[in-house]
Write a protein that binds this ligand. Structure first.
Ligand code: FE2
Length: 523
């Protein structure tokens, strides 16, 4: 690529200067070096660029060729098209350090996943793509520290739940300007719901059930300029929750009792579209309805991040013999305590605990989709719990907390989403035992745009849940976490409204965890 890139740049400058005849001459000369124009008309990089899953020596670069992103084929011909890529050591992309060419194939919606290697650890890089004589916008990314390094700082954002219809992605506009190493996305990257009226924005096309439908939904979400800005500014580490496929699904059990074989086909289509549209590695690529998304990232001796998948391997929600398959509030449900049931599945739980056991990192971060803390939902006498979250799988949660206690894991921190609200929690084995040891610190971030639960109703639950240190559901935003060897700090970043674009951002509250002392404290 590096040999031909300057020609195209020259051509673009030339066109800008207005030399039409000379431009045609240059175009003729370039024609031999390039295949025929890829587009049936239009700029191919309408969905932006992204990077993700950084390692000490490399990162995944992503783009999709889609001159008409809301058409089924993206406006692309039914053939493979070559795409050049460059990685540079400077923002103006003058010092190219890696470059290559890959094929964007129709079988993968003309998406591109380049796994760049040979980069230096713990530094920023800039990248771009070229196809059919057009240049993509430039993106910035960052590699992880070397395994044996002792980095002085880690800064990451935690995001989730970006319902397109519920509002604008103003939070991402601000996040793109934060000084961070990484963005961790904990699910509900899109919502599978049908279009509805009376909201700030509207879904295109019906509720997706097949590959074409899920691709269209991903394309719609990725047309958003603020989401594109965040992806272009920072590497993402993503994991899915339920809405990337269907609300409250559990393994091959659908919300509406579809035959499992039919639901597995739907899940395969949804997983494929998700992989295509996000900067994931080849090892996460689905094979039918299965995809390995749980994985680990290491920040030298400072932190290790275990990213979980709490949908693909879980048992069905407990106590749904009443014909309601989705999550619900259940009282007197013994099944939710059944030690034979699992949220993570045996293989993933073993992988998690084995990794925590040998980590040796100062901070051990579990990045997962849900609220891990117990949340009792019956104000006053009586007990009731949600069946779709960890409370529906209490034995699996107890196994993890018992492990943290027995193995004295260094500074466990749980990150979560799904709740469309902030929850800052102490994690105990028994919340009803006064003075019980705090085993881990939990930070659940609010949604990017999805509407939050009723504030008064949820505030009424707090008296029965004394391990909750802070709750707030009225604002959309993200968590900003800054970590060094002494202290973890989380800022709750919020925008005033998502009903219209452009609202400012502010810090609603801040919490810290001191090294060796589990339990968030107000800062
Ligand atoms: Fe959500």
């Amino acid at each position: 690529m590096s040999a031909t890139a300057p020609k195209v740049l020259d051509r673009r400058r030339f066109l800008a200067a207005g030399g039409v005849a000379a431009a045609l001459l240059v175009a003729d000369r370039l024609a031999g070096a390039w295949p025929a124009p890829v587009q049936r008309g239009g700029y191919p990089f309408t969905l932006g660029v992204a990077s993700g899953d950084p390692a000490p020596g490399g990162v995944v670069l992503w783009t999709r060729l889609a001159p008409q992103p809301l058409l089924a084929d993206g406006g692309m011909p039914a053939r493979a098209v070559s795409v050049d890529w460059q990685v540079a050591a400077d923002p103006s992309l003058g010092r190219i350090v890696r470059a290559g060419t890959v094929l964007a194939r129709p079988a993968q919606a003309h998406t591109v996943h380049v796994e760049v290697e040979g980069l230096e650890p713990a530094r920023s890089y800039w990248y771009r793509f070229r196809a059919g004589g057009e240049l993509s916008p430039a993106g910035r990314t960052r590699t992880l520290p070397a395994p044996g390094a002792s980095p002085g700082r880690l800064a990451l954002a935690v995001v989730s739940c970006q319902h397109y219809e519920h509002g604008y992605y103003t939070a991402y506009q601000h996040l793109a300007h934060e000084d961070l190493d990484l963005v961790v996305h904990l699910g509900d990257y899109l919502y599978e719901t049908a279009p509805s009226d009376g909201q700030p924005r509207r879904h295109t096309g019906p509720a997706p059930t097949d590959l074409a439908g899920y691709r269209l939904r991903h394309a719609l979400y990725r047309t958003d300029p603020d989401l594109q800005a965040a992806h272009a500014a920072l590497p993402f580490v993503v994991t899915w929750d339920d809405h990337e496929v269907e609300n409250d699904y559990a393994d091959d059990q659908s919300e509406r009792f579809d035959p499992p074989a039919a639901f597995r086909r739907r899940r395969a289509a949804a997983y494929q579209a998700y992989w295509e549209h996000l900067p994931l590695r080849r090892r996460s690529r689905p094979r039918g309805p299965a995809a390995r998304l749980y994985r680990r990232l290491r920040f030298g001796d400072l932190a290790e991040l275990s990213v979980l998948d709490t949908r693909q391997y879980r048992d069905d929600q407990p106590c749904d013999g009443n014909g309601v398959a989705r999550g619900q509030v259940v009282a007197g449900c013994r099944e939710r305590l059944d030690p034979g049931r699992s949220l993570l599945g045996t293989a993933q739980r073993r992988w998690l605990l084995a990794g925590l056991d040998r980590s040796g990192a100062r901070w051990n971060v579990i990045a997962q989709q849900l609220l891990m803390a117990e949340l009792e939902l019956q104000p006053g006498p009586g007990l009731a719990y949600g069946s779709d979250g960890w409370d529906g799988y209490a034995a699996d949660r107890a196994r993890i907390l018992q492990f943290l206690q027995a193995r004295r894991t260094s500074n466990p921190v749980v990150l979560g989403g799904d709740m469309h609200s902030f929850w800052i929690n102490d994690l105990h084995l028994d919340n009803h035992q006064p003075g019980a040891k705090v085993l881990a610190s939990e930070f659940v971030g609010t949604s990017i745009s999805s509407s939050g639960p009723p504030y008064e109703q949820y505030s009424a639950y707090l008296a029965d849940n004394p391990h909750v240190r802070f709750f707030e559901s009225r604002w959309r935003g993200y968590l900003r976490c800054q970590v060094d060897h002494r202290r973890w700090r989380t800022d709750l970043r919020v925008v005033d409204t998502v009903q219209r674009p452009g609202a400012p951002v502010r810090t609603l509250a801040s919490f810290v965890v001191q090294d060796g002392r589990a339990g968030p404290q107000g800062a």
